[in-house]
Design a binder for this molecule. Sequence first.
Ligand SMILES: *[C@@H]1O[C@H](CO)[C@@H](O)[C@H](O)[C@H]1NC(C)=O
Ligand SMILES: *[C@@H]1O[C@H](CO)[C@@H](O)[C@H](O)[C@H]1NC(C)=O
Ligand SMILES: *[C@@H]1O[C@H](CO)[C@@H](O)[C@H](O)[C@H]1NC(C)=O
Ligand SMILES: *[C@@H]1O[C@H](CO)[C@@H](O)[C@H](O)[C@H]1NC(C)=O
Ligand SMILES: *[C@@H]1O[C@H](CO)[C@@H](O)[C@H](O)[C@H]1NC(C)=O
Ligand SMILES: CC(=O)N[C@H]1CO[C@H](CO)[C@@H](O)[C@@H]1O
Length: 455
Amino acid sequence: MYLRSTTAAAGLLAFVGFAESTVVHTQSGAFEGGKCSSTDVNYYFSIPYAEPPVGELRFAPPKPYHRNSSYHVVTNATTPAPSCIQFSEAFGELGTSSEDCLFLNVWVPASAAPHSKLPVKAWLYGGSNEGGGVSDPTYDGCFSALDSVVVSINYRLGPLGFLALEDLGLTGNYGLMDQLLGLHWVQENIAKFGGDPEKVLLFGQSAGAADAFAIATLPESPRLIRAAALESGAGRDLATIADAKVWYSEFLSAMNCSTPDLSCLRAASPRTLQIAASAMKAPAVVAVNSALANNGSTVAAMATIVTEVSYECPAYRALRRAEANGVPVWTYRFAHQPTCAWYFGIEQTWLPALGATHTSEIPFVFNFTSGMPPPSGNCTFTAAEQALSHTMSRAWTDMAAFGRPAEQSVWPSWTSVDSKGVVFEDAMNAAVVDYTSCSFWDDVNEELNEYWRTR
Ligand SMILES: *[C@@H]1O[C@H](CO)[C@@H](O)[C@H](O)[C@H]1NC(C)=O
Ligand SMILES: *[C@@H]1O[C@H](CO)[C@@H](O)[C@H](O)[C@H]1NC(C)=O
Ligand SMILES: *[C@@H]1O[C@H](CO)[C@@H](O)[C@H](O)[C@H]1NC(C)=O
Ligand SMILES: *[C@@H]1O[C@H](CO)[C@@H](O)[C@H](O)[C@H]1NC(C)=O
Ligand SMILES: *[C@@H]1O[C@H](CO)[C@@H](O)[C@H](O)[C@H]1NC(C)=O
Ligand SMILES: CC(=O)N[C@H]1CO[C@H](CO)[C@@H](O)[C@@H]1O
């Protein structure tokens, strides 16, 4: 889009033969996007927001990307970014991966221009902070960027994202710092794409929701985001650096470093890190996964998640924390069983058994309603599901635009007094969202925490 004001660039574009320019200038350089095949949306893949986190930058905070190319060099931004090195198959990305992975993707309505001031939705994928990536076709922004700008941020995973060993001076959370740097990049650059930096929604699922929740609690977050949408993952207990020390000390042994120091950890190949990490899997997880292995690991992960304990009651705790801090908060229950598979590898015949499972809201939030499962399936959502997708994706956009998902009469805000919200079933309906069983699970949770503390 947007380069018609500079003749030099227009000349360049004419030379390479583009009828309509999709070039955007950012602090990371100039990028020529592509056009979504079935919607009026342009995409920009693999925009670097940080220096490659390799060498001395492995296990270190990310450094902002510094463009050193000339202003008029236009990068072809149609090649999907590699994922960061994967440390888990469940919800992992199937494409290429690389340690040089700190890229983000942007999708914008084709009609957008720098003055459009559109709401912005920035996505953090799930995968236990061990897997996932922005090039997963399930997270394609072509269908949810018709009324807004969609951004998807790659972040480091597993030990590369989170290795915390105070003895070696490593405090961890590089993956979260990547996400924060990505959000800073959004602040500085998104207006060029037609986005409004004051209307940024951070949304994430599973580990992405837990990360978004952590980011939303930081003092700097009001400068970066207007709101957060947390899909199955807010309010869970997170490991402290003391908890992490136990796990990572064992990881260090599994690395077979003769001298367990930072230089050995930095010299190791990504494959060696993966081998050491996979040697660390807790026995209980292996048992559950192997029992379900011939359904595929992603499916096993979905089927073995205990909704109430893992997601519902942590969400309830998050709601109460927000209320106690005077933060306006809304809740939903997703209770619709999709009629199409939404991840590559899910068989149509498994859907009744999966029901409204972990991750099944994702296609609705992404307004992804045909060609399922991506990238090239042949299933289309029913008309009612398409309507539900439009409603949900719009609610997420409204969260970015207005800081609330809908009018109060349509989606009432949550209070502990009446516990109002919405239930997504065949349609979206205002309802009481029942968290009464959570006092039981809160007690169990407290006891489990006590057990782990004293073990
Ligand atoms: C730009 O930076 C990269 C690495 O940061 C380097 O390999 C490359 O040579 C630089 N190019 C120029 C033109 O300075
Ligand atoms: C960008 O790369 C894609 C994929 O390799 C190619 O089809 C397209 O022609 C390239 N665009 C330009 C302007 O070179
Ligand atoms: C979802 O798709 C419908 C139909 O194409 C479109 O009208 C709507 O704007 C899309 N929603 C978002 C959030 O892009
Ligand atoms: C460490 O050594 C053991 C025993 O030789 C081996 O099985 C394991 O794969 C090694 N770990 C790595 C990360 O190379
Ligand atoms: C749709 O795809 C499935 C899975 O590849 C295949 O079994 C089925 O025959 C296809 N249906 C149609 C109508 O093409
Ligand atoms: C061990 C087990 O449950 N195996 C089943 C896996 O699923 C196939 C069908 O998808 C069944 O035929 C197997 O019995």
